[in-house]
Design a protein around this ligand. Structure first.
Ligand code: FAD
Ligand code: NAP
Length: 338
């Protein structure tokens, strides 16, 4: 293992923020992870586990040890009448894994095509898109307890998945390193095409026989047309979560804003489209010095040229304040701030 000092993380985060790690190491196995974690030199330093850096905003240098996860491998571990059980190591690129499943005809993850990052980060915020969440195909995961250095298994219930949430983003934050995730994929696909522009895109593609490959391609096409490519324009996807409000607050807002974009939830609450709130607060397409709000998708903050993490954080603060002053709704950040 090569441990580097004062290592630039600019290429390791999709915002393209210049930030330096006091120590940086790439790990390729659980043994290497255990070795580095038990090294007395690093014992008392804070640790950051890094995947693809696509859900992170660095606002300062990281004065601890950054461990970049390179654990690799995909394995079919079991199957029954209805399902395949497939285990993927945490360092596998998420979209590579989705493509692998599509090639093998393992159904369930196709709507989650082209989400950046690694398999190990997917349970962190229970990644979701186009009406599907990772938890829908999740079976279990293996994680290394950073204190005891024991490998523990978490089932779905123990992960406490919610909307862009899990136990690892909350009470177990910073305590475990996810090593692998086992997915329960379907032999018979259950096509999800009702969300967003998927059905329209499939029609435009001239698809006659629906397949998981066609849905994946439709999602890829839509994402490429709407979302900025981090290799061209630094960003971390949606910076904010869609806020959930109760029915009374929704009815109150509806009176003042009949065109408000909201979706009813099973628990009786409503999910507001944060992008709509930000747009109506006047922020869509707005640039502030080196950063700004994307022109096509107001949920996405972008780094135009060498913005600092603090600049982007301040921009997010200004947006949160304006949305609160206009609608009385508090936006929460989805991106992890370091
Ligand atoms: P990182 O950014 O490296 O890390 C994210 C967090 O997880 C950090 O706190 C990190 O410490 C922790 N972490 C990472 N790996 C591990 C591990 N092995 N063990 C323990 N902790 C770990 N997200 C969605 O949900 N849906 C989308 O549709 C979506 N679209 C996006 C589009 C774009 C253009 C971009 C840039 C981002 C998008 N995202 C989306 C956000 C992001 O891609 C996901 O959250 C992704 O899962 C992050 O993976 P990563 O490997 O880059 O994680
Ligand atoms: P969109 O289709 O324009 O929809 C705008 C918002 O409305 C989305 O946030 C979505 O909520 C919600 N929505 C749309 N149709 C819905 C339905 N039928 N039922 C319930 N909610 C509905 O969104 P987009 O920006 O192009 O993104 C498409 C998908 O990719 C979304 O699911 C989005 O979450 C995901 N995405 C996520 C990120 C990220 O970084 N987290 C980045 C890009 C795209 P949800 O967000 O709850 O789905």
């Amino acid at each position: 293992m090569q441990i580097q000092e004062h290592y630039s993380l600019k290429k390791q985060n999709t915002f393209g923020i210049e930030s330096s790690a006091r120590y940086y190491v790439q790990v390729h196995s659980v043994e290497e992870l255990k070795e580095i974690l038990s090294d007395s030199k690093f014992k008392n330093l804070s640790k950051l586990i890094l995947g693809g850096g696509s859900n992170i905003l660095f606002t300062k240098n990281f004065e601890g040890l950054v461990i970049q996860n390179q654990l690799s491998g995909i394995e079919l571990i079991n199957e029954d009448q209805n399902n395949y059980f497939v285990k993927a190591a945490a360092g596998v690129v998420w979209h590579t894994f989705v493509q692998y499943c599509i090639e093998k005809n393992y159904a369930g993850l196709e709507n989650l095509s082209l989400i950046p990052g690694c398999v190990g980060a997917a349970p962190m915020q229970n990644i979701g898109a186009y009406g599907v969440e990772m938890k829908d195909c999740f079976y279990s995961l293996e994680a290394l307890n950073m204190q005891s250095l024991e490998v523990e298994i978490f089932n779905k219930e123990q992960c406490k998945f919610g909307y862009r949430e899990s136990v690892f983003k909350n009470e177990l934050k910073g305590k475990y390193i996810i090593l692998s995730v086992t997915f329960q994929l379907n032999k018979k696909p259950n096509f999800q095409t009702q969300y967003g522009a998927i059905a329209k895109e499939l029609e435009m593609m001239g698809v006659q026989d629906l397949s998981i490959a066609a849905i994946s391609q439709a999602v890829i096409n839509i994402r490429r047309s709407k979302l900025p490519d981090p290799s061209e324009l630094g960003n971390a996807g949606s910076f904010f979560k869609n806020p959930e409000i109760d029915a009374q607050t929704y009815q109150h807002l509806l009176k003042s804003y009949p065109e408000i974009v909201a979706y009813s939830l099973e628990n009786g609450n409503f999910k507001l489209a944060a992008g709509w709130l930000i747009e109506k607060a006047g922020w869509k397409g707005k640039r502030v010095n080196n950063c700004g709000v994307h022109t096509l998708q107001a949920l996405v903050l972008v780094n135009y040229s060498n913005a600092s993490g603090e600049e982007i954080y301040s921009l997010s603060e200004a947006i949160i304040n304006d949305v609160f002053n206009k609608f009385g709704v508090h936006l929460q950040r989805e991106v992890n701030i370091f």
